[in-house]
Design a protein around this ligand. Structure first.
Ligand code: SF4
Length: 189
């Protein structure tokens, strides 16, 4: 089911107060999933086997794709990377405290908007989880499973292809770097 027009209007109004560069809605069924991307995680990514947000800690690529396809809608958005410091809080009482980059803060705010719009969210981001200074993988369970977002490519999704499909930028002409997230949306059961 497509997102109802009043819900879209609510979301778009809320987004005006958030430093998002571009965003677009899409249908998960329109993504050309490439499970071979999971192989690239293993062969080429330095984060492989280092985080609860990356393979092999996450589900199989088949299950990840099925999870995305089970959602009714999706939204991709980008932010321009800034040099703003993370909200570092380090450790407190010996416990790791969560931290977040500017992009992760935007992702959290957009997730909150979606939830206020009555949607359930499954969120992916374009990088390894950086919520903790040092990931607990594999010795201890993830410290913040509610804040951890698996990475996009591990789900067989090419950000460049999806950006092209949605008509948003993947590259910028100047040296500015973009970061991406995707939120898959469904109506609560
Ligand atoms: S929240 Fe912490 S423990 Fe969990 S995946 Fe992210 S960095 Fe690792």
């Amino acid at each position: 089911m497509a997102i109802a027009t009043p819900v879209i209007h609510f979301i778009e109004t809320e987004l005006t107060s958030i430093p998002v560069y571009q965003y677009a809605f899409f249908k998960p069924q329109d993504i050309v999933f490439r499970d071979v991307l999971r192989m690239y995680c293993k062969r080429s990514c330095r984060h492989y086997k280092t985080s609860w947000s990356c393979p092999p800690a996450i589900e199989s690529v088949e299950k990840c794709i099925a999870r995305c396809l089970a959602c009714e809608d999706g939204m991709i958005f980008s932010t321009i990377q800034t040099d703003l410091p993370r909200n570092l809080s380090g450790t407190m009482g010996g416990e790791q405290q969560p931290v977040s980059t500017a992009h992760e803060q935007v992702t959290g705010r957009i997730e909150a908007i979606m939830k206020r719009a009555g949607k359930s969210c499954y969120t992916l981001t374009g990088n390894v989880c950086t919520v903790c200074r040092s990931c607990s993988y594999p010795k201890e369970p993830c410290r913040y499973p509610d804040l951890m977002h698996p990475c996009i490519e591990s789900h067989g999704i090419s950000i460049a292809q999806l950006a092209d499909l949605c008509g948003i930028d993947y590259y910028l002409d100047d040296d500015a770097k973009m970061q991406f997230s995707i939120i898959f949306l469904s109506d609560p059961a």
